[in-house]
Structures are given as structure tokens and as C-alpha cells.
Design a binder for this molecule. Sequence first.
Ligand SMILES: C[C@H](O)[C@H](O)[C@H]1CNC2=NC(N)=NC(=O)C2=N1
Length: 112
Amino acid sequence: MSELAQEKCQACRGDAPQVTPEERDTYLADLPQWQIVERDGIMQLERVFTFRNFQQALAFTNRVGEIAEAAGHHPALLTEWGKVTVTWWSHEMKGLHKNDFILAARTDEVAA
Ligand SMILES: C[C@H](O)[C@H](O)[C@H]1CNC2=NC(N)=NC(=O)C2=N1
């Protein structure tokens, strides 16, 4: 398990600190397949996972759902045939918190 994946999540709070550009680069180094995208002025962390069929994509989607529920922090999930797009951000603070990087690392683990 990567070190990031084992870190504890903080509660989702509007006044929680967004990651600094330096922190962002440090965490991204552990998440080479993820990219930062900006939508409606909100920074988000996104990765596309590919699978052999819809059933595998759906099973993965449910595993991500389980880690989200366990953490109380929830991604956007787009499940398609052979493909799932996972997008993490902190809705309350309209940006990226360390939680998002931790959950991205956990997402990588349930994909393996
Ligand atoms: C009350 C509840 O815990 C909050 O609304 C949580 C739920 N899941 C969440 N998930 C994400 N990604 N961001 C949030 O701000 C958020 N808020």
C-alpha cells in the first residue's frame, strides 16, 4: 500500500485548507496516472481506468463506492463499457484537499 493511501482523511469542511501548489506537486508524484483538471473554476483530480467489459468497470465502481463511504468523501464516477472516469475534489471547499489525493491513492489500490 502506498504511504498516501494509508493516511487518515479529515472531515469535509468548507473552511479546510486547500493544498498549496507545492503540496499538490508532491502528492501528484505518487499518483502519476492522475491529472488535475479545472471545471467551472474548481480544481479536480481525475483518472480514467480501463477494463475488459462493463461488468468489470461496474465492479470497480462499486469498490470505489465502498472506500468513499468508509471515508465519508465521495467522487464523481462515470461508468461506461470498459471504462470508468473517477474524479475527486472537495465539494464543500470547491477545490482540492489532501483528502482527494489520499482517496485517489486508495482508488489506485482497488483497481489493481
Ligand atoms: C455531510 C457530508 O459528510 C459532507 O457533505 C461530505 C460528503 N462527501 C463529500 N465528498 C466530497 N468529495 N466533498 C465534500 O465536500 C463532501 N462532503
